[in-house]
Design a protein around this ligand. Structure first.
Ligand code: LIP
Length: 277
């Protein structure tokens, strides 16, 4: 039987390569930066151009499929996940890194059917690493299999998160307190690389043991989610319960034990849902 989602994945890899080439070329030129919701929420002409290219190249081949894209949502498109085949796109994950040429900048695409992630592609543009994962078929970086560290001991773990600049001082304090709590466990260290999708790939290939975040979006998580689970890791809600792609929060880890130990430390704050009306 032909695996029609595998055909979609093959097409996605080709489209991601084209998108990545545009991002890499843009890094060589002047970058005009615009602000979205706040002075720290940045967008560039490249984010918008790359998202348009990805959507048109996919829509041409799969006209009935649905899309959720970061820049389309910013322009007013709905962000609702249905059972239909859906492409969830972040044209540049790590826009602030892109603006500063800090080397973790990715194109991230996740594909869902019946709200389950069927495959994820993350291309780390400056590192030239193409991460791919198909449900049930493993995770790869540039064609070579990758797996999580398997670390079970939080005190031997390297943990990733992001700080962001929260407008609400209460949220900001909680983010900072959470980092302090994790450092005090203790862990080997905490890092903030600046691209959620790359963070998940770093856990997937064993370079870090966990990543947690509250306040990101489904397009930051969808591609990387497939990578982590197919590499043998776990993905759970920030409370330690089941992961929900539209919940804007997650913990990914090398083992259930590390994920649950992190959940035990973290204070939760309301960050809304992607599909909130
Ligand atoms: C960004 C993430 C980053 C996070 C930001 C933002 P963008 O995505 O990948 O890790 O800290 O809040 O969501 O906006 O560059 O696609």
């Amino acid at each position: 039987m032909t695996d029609s989602w595998q055909e979609c994945m093959n097409h996605c890899v080709e489209v991601t390569k084209q998108a990545g080439k545009i991002v890499r070329e843009a890094l060589e030129k002047d970058i005009a930066v615009m602000e979205k919701s706040s002075p720290t929420d940045l967008v560039t002409e490249t984010d918008q151009r790359v998202e348009k290219l990805i959507i048109s190249a996919i829509r041409e081949k799969y006209p009935t499929h649905c899309f959720i894209g970061e820049e389309s949502v910013a322009a007013g498109a709905p962000s609702v996940l249905s059972d239909a085949p859906t492409w969830i796109i972040d044209p540049i994950d790590g826009t602030t890194n892109f603006v500063h040429r800090f080397p973790f900048v990715s194109v991230s695409i996740g594909f869902t059917v019946n709200k389950e992630v069927e495959f994820g592609i993350v291309y780390s543009c400056m590192e030239d690493k193409m991460y791919t994962a198909r449900r049930g078929k493993g995770a790869f970086c540039n064609g070579l299999p990758i797996k999580v560290s398997g670390q079970e001991d939080i005190t031997k773990s390297l943990v990733l998160t992001e700080m962001g600049l929260k407008k609400d001082p209460e949220h900001f304090k909680t983010v900072m307190d959470n980092i302090q709590k994790i450092l005090n466990v203790p862990v080997h260290g905490v890092r903030c690389p600046g691209s959620a999708a790359v963070n998940m790939c770093l856990v997937a290939c064993g370079a870090a043991d966990a990543y947690y975040h509250q306040g990101i979006y489904c397009w930051d998580m969808a591609g990387g989610a497939a990578l982590v689970t197919e590499a043998g890791g776990v993905i759970v809600d920030i409370t330690g319960g089941p992961f929900d792609l539209m919940s804007r929060r997650l913990i990914v880890a090398s083992s259930p034990r590390v994920a649950q130990r992190i959940a035990q430390e973290l204070a939760v704050f309301p960050c809304g849902r992607d599909d909130a009306p």
